[in-house]
Design a protein around this ligand. Structure first.
Ligand SMILES: O=C(O)[C@H](O)[C@@H](O)[C@H](O)[C@H](O)COP(=O)(O)O
Length: 243
C-alpha cells in the first residue's frame, strides 16, 4: 500500500495535524471496541505533539484517556526518570498532565539489562493483547520519528534488530551511539492498524526522500521496513522535511 503523505507548513502545523489524527483514532477505537492502544515515539517532533495534546483543552476533551493504553516503540537503556528516557519525555510533556491511569502506562523498563527489559516488555504485550504464542500485538496507532540516518524507533542502520522476524521486542546495540537500546521490531510495527511518521526539519529532507523515493535498502534505511501489512501508513511532514 502506498503511504499517504501529508505536507504542512511548519512544525506547529505538523503537531496540530498529528494531534487531530491522534484524537480521532483514540475516540474511534474506544467507540468501536472500548480500548485504544498506541505506541509512542521518542524525539523532538513527537514531543511537540505530546505537548500540544497536553495544552489543548478542546482536543483533550475528545480523547478517552481512561480507556487509552500507552506503550513505547523504543526506549533507551536508562531509568524512567533519566533525561534521555522516552518514557520520561512523554510523561513530562503529556502523561502527567492528563487523566490517564498509571496502570495504562506500559513503559519499557530501561533500568533493567536490555535483554531483560525486552523480555519483560514482551510479557506485558502478551498479557495486554491476550496473545497466543507467536502472535503479534496489533496497535491501533504507532507513532514514529525519522532519524537523519534513516533510522526509526531504535531500528538503526546495520544493526541486528533489523532482521528480527519473530520476537516482538529486542535489545539492540547501536555502535554509532555506543549504547544499547530496546525496540519493538518491524513485524510489530507492520501489524498495526495505522502507523504515522512525524518528520520535521530540513535535516530530515535527505533521509525522507531516500526512504520514500529511493531504492529499497532497509539495511541502510531502516524506516523502509515499515509497511503495515493490513493497516494504514501515513507520513506527516513539514515543508522543510518535504523539500
Ligand atoms: O528513541 C528515539 O530517539 C526515537 O524513537 C527516535 O527514533 C526518534 O523518533 C528519531 O530519532 C527522530 O527524532 P527527532 O524528531 O528528535 O529528530
Amino acid at each position: 500500500m502506498k503511504p499517504e503523505i501529508c505536507i504542512v507548513e511548519s512544525p506547529q502545523a505538523l503537531a496540530r495535524a498529528a494531534a487531530h489524527e491522534f484524537a480521532n483514532r483514540a475516540a474511534t477505537a474506544v467507540q468501536q471496541k472500548g480500548v485504544f492502544s498506541v505506541a509512542l515515539a521518542g524525539g523532538h517532533t513527537p514531543k511537540a505533539l505530546y505537548s500540544l495534546l497536553a495544552d489543548d483543552a478542546e482536543l483533550q476533551q475528545k480523547i478517552p484517556w481512561r480507556d487509552s493504553h500507552f506503550f513505547w516503540g523504543d526506549e533507551r537503556s536508562v531509568p524512567p526518570d533519566h533525561p534521555d528516557s522516552n518514557f520520561c519525555m512523554a510523561q513530562t510533556a503529556l502523561l502527567s498532565r492528563v487523566p490517564v491511569p498509571a496502570a495504562n502506562l506500559h513503559r519499557i523498563k530501561g533500568e533493567l539489562a536490555p535483554q531483560q527489559a525486552a523480555t519483560a516488555y514482551e510479557q506485558n504485550l502478551a498479557e495486554f493483547f491476550h496473545l497466543q504464542p507467536d502472535a503479534l500485538p496489533r496497535f491501533d496507532l504507532v507513532l514514529l520519528g525519522l532519524g537523519a540516518d534513516g533510522h526509526t524507533a531504535s531500528l538503526f542502520p546495520g544493526t541486528r534488530a533489523l532482521h528480527e522476524q519473530k520476537r516482538m521486542a529486542v535489545a539492540n546495540w547501536v555502535d554509532k551511539l555506543g549504547t544499547g537500546r530496546i525496540t519493538l521490531t518491524a513485524p510489530v510495527f507492520n501489524n498495526a492498524v495505522c502507523v504515522i511518521f512525524l518528520v520535521s526539519g530540513s535535516d530530515k529532507a535527505r533521509a525522507r526522500k531516500a526512504v520514500l523515493e529511493g531504492r529499497y535498502d532497509p539495511e541502510r534505511l531502516p524506516a523502509q521496513l515499515i509497511r503495515p501489512r493490513a493497516g494504514e501508513l501515513k507520513w506527516i511532514l513539514d515543508a522543510a522535511a518535504a523539500r
